[in-house]
Design a protein around this ligand. Structure first.
Ligand code: VGL
Ligand code: ZN
Length: 197
């Protein structure tokens, strides 16, 4: 059994003052930094959108942030512009330790969003993370970061689907909680065998 820590999207735009600030988002930084010493492999993900990304409300005239639209791959929530490639908002929180083994970027294709670290939102286009983990014999994942009810949850559910043992360290996560999304995703994750500490 080999374990990895998967640190999801601890970026300025999801923290205080950011474009899509998750309430109390900064609070995850200290516990995540402390956890890193206890894992041989640390992987950080970075939400990394081109300007004009299709998940941005600004790309849909007449629509606003947190509306939903139908995309060819399903329903998509529209977000404020966030985590634009190369922007300060897209950078990791300045206090986050970034001495991980791998930085995986996602959401870089204009026409499709990618909440999960494993698959884009069509749930079929792989990011390559499963291959990386498999070739390093990693079977157990601990997930932390932002946001618990979106990118952390989608990553955890895909990881279970792919056969990993998955633990979420709850105090190192914070949620957006949009229309009950936190409760819904917690129930989904429990049902599919995600462990919580
Ligand atoms: C996220 C919404 C849009 C996340 C990313 O990291 O949870 N949420 N893009
Ligand atoms: Zn995003």
């Amino acid at each position: 059994m080999t374990k990895a820590l998967l640190v999801i999207d601890v970026q300025n735009d999801f923290c205080t003052g950011g474009a899509l600030a998750v309430p109390d988002g900064d609070a995850v930084v200290a516990p995540i930094n402390a956890m890193m010493d206890h894992f041989d492999t640390v992987i950080l993900t970075q939400d990394w959108h081109p300007s004009g990304h299709s998940s941005f409300a600004s790309s849909h005239p007449g629509r606003g942030p947190f509306d939903t639209v139908e995309m060819p791959y399903g329903t998509q929530v529209l977000w404020p512009d966030h985590c634009v490639q190369g922007s300060t908002g897209g950078a990791f929180h300045p206090d986050l330790r970034v001495d991980g083994d791998l930085i995986l970027r996602k959401g870089f294709r204009r026409d499709i969003d990618s909440y999960s670290a494993f698959f884009e939102n069509d749930q079929t286009t792989p990011t390559g993370l499963d291959g990386y983990l498999g070739s390093r014999d990693i079977t157990d994942l601990t997930l932390v970061g932002l946001a618990l009810d979106f990118c952390v949850a989608f990553s955890a559910l895909d990881a279970r689907r792919l056969g990993y043992a998955v633990t979420i360290a709850s105090d190192a996560c914070r949620a957006i909680d949009l229309d009950g999304s936190l409760e819904t995703q917690l129930a989904n994750m429990r049902q599919r065998g995600v462990n919580f500490t």
